[in-house]
Design a protein around this ligand. Structure first.
Ligand code: GLA
Length: 392
């Protein structure tokens, strides 16, 4: 990203009242551990080198103005720190209002308004956490600007409650956590029960993380997401009640085999099966990485997709097509849908030497089948949110 250009744009759009500051928050890709975070399971995401950049300065009054270079047609959106209720027409600005409201409700002092400019390069709504990235970059900036003294973990929890209570998406903690805590060349093994993590060096040898966006907009993903969460919670509660375990991440396959049949609803039973096996697979994938066993790591990723497709039913025909292609392509280690599902992206591990052929071939056959192209990105694993030097 050309930071000088952002600063120039900022100065053209706003009349800065005080010193301007810059921040960045990445997107994330979840390597494995799909739909287990909100059950307190283990997930293995990493931050990527695509993200959201923000330039901001404090005002002398109560106005808060936002301009997104991704939605220039919307112009400068005007708000006021004394009026933070959500309007459906707020669009991306609802995150700004939501974050400020949550901070104020928690007793943090935001006594002046601000002017902010955003520019992001994460594809929106593709399962790469563009919204968590926006939330965290805002929190990084406000934390600094208003001397709020929030720890990284506090920022993560505030961002999640904005999603849950202001935006209305019942998401887990993974996205915000990975965006804030990401570390160069490392994946994050996050225990979503304890909300604690361990960094896992991600040495993929001569392979790369390839993200393939199906370019199929996720349809009804929010309501289906909340529905899956309700179905699986009820099913897992039945198993927990009968087993001697307290948390989902303690459940084993044996628990499922012993008590799964007590779940009368067949759909809900499959949901529980996915969560239990996916949680175990994530730990297995983590061990494989630690032991340098990339073949087994790739197999875990492949199995994760089958489970998300068949038992959790959150895939789509476009995602399945891409995963199938990757699996048959010589030089690829594994692939699965990533994020909430119902469209969006596939994450895959592919040998560097075949990436060009892979990209050409997939683009041709995918376009032939669906009538539009996929977008393919090589993702480098980057750091979490941070302040940026505007002089560079
Ligand atoms: C979305 C949510 C996350 C997580 C994933 C599925 O990205 O925001 O909390 O549940 O879906 O793994």
């Amino acid at each position: 990203m050309n930071i000088k250009k952002l600063v120039k744009e900022y100065k053209e759009v706003f009349n800065a009242h005080s010193e301007i500051k810059g921040y960045f928050a990445p997107g994330r890709v979840n390597l494995i551990g799909g739909h287990v975070d909100y059950h307190g399971g283990f997930v293995l995401p990493c931050a990527i080198n695509y993200g959201t950049y923000m330039i901001i300065s404090k005002r002398n009054d109560q106005l808060m103005n936002g301009y997104s270079m991704n939605f220039t047609e919307q112009g400068v959106i005007k708000g006021n720190i004394d009026h933070l209720e959500r309007n459906l027409s707020d669009d991306w600005f609802s995150y700004v209002k939501g974050i400020v409201k949550m901070l104020v409700d928690k007793g943090y002092s935001i006594d002046k308004g601000f002017d902010l400019l955003l520019n992001g390069n994460i594809p929106n709504g593709a399962g790469l956490s563009s919204s968590a990235s926006l939330e965290i970059v805002l929190l990084e900036g406000l934390n600094d600007l208003f001397n709020l003294n929030l720890s990284t973990k506090e920022m993560v929890l505030i961002a999640q409650s904005v999603e849950n209570d202001y935006i209305g998406v019942n998401c887990g903690i993974m996205d915000q956590y990975a965006v804030a805590f990401g570390k160069d060349n490392n994946a994050i093994l996050l225990d979503c029960e304890k909300i604690e993590h361990e960094y896992v060096p991600l040495d993929l040898k001569d392979n790369k993380i390839l993200i393939i966006n199906s370019n199929k907009q996720r349809k009804l993903s929010e309501s289906k997401y909340n529905e899956r969460r309700t179905e699986s919670t009820s099913a897992l509660d039945t198993i927990l009640e009968k087993s001697d375990k307290t948390f989902v991440n303690q459940l084993t396959e044996k628990d499922y085999l012993s008590f799964g049949n007590l779940i009368k609803n067949e759909t809900n039973r499959k949901r529980a099966k996915h969560v239990i096996t996916e949680n175990l697979r994530t730990k297995k994938a983590h061990d494989a990485l630690i032991n340098d066993n990339l073949i087994e790591f790739g197999q875990c990723i492949n199995e994760s997709h089958i489970s998300l497709k068949e038992d959790y039913e959150v895939s789509s025909k476009e995602l399945d097509f891409i995963v199938e292609f990757v699996r048959e392509f010589k030089g690829s280690l594994g692939a699965r849908m990533t994020g909430a599902g119902f469209g969006g992206c596939v994450v895959s591990i592919v040998n560097d030497a075949v990436i060009e052929d892979f990209t050409n071939e997939l683009t041709i056959i995918y376009t032939k089948k669906f009538g539009y192209k996929p977008s393919i990105y090589i993702a480098d694993v980057g750091n979490g949110s941070n302040k940026i030097d505007l002089e560079k």
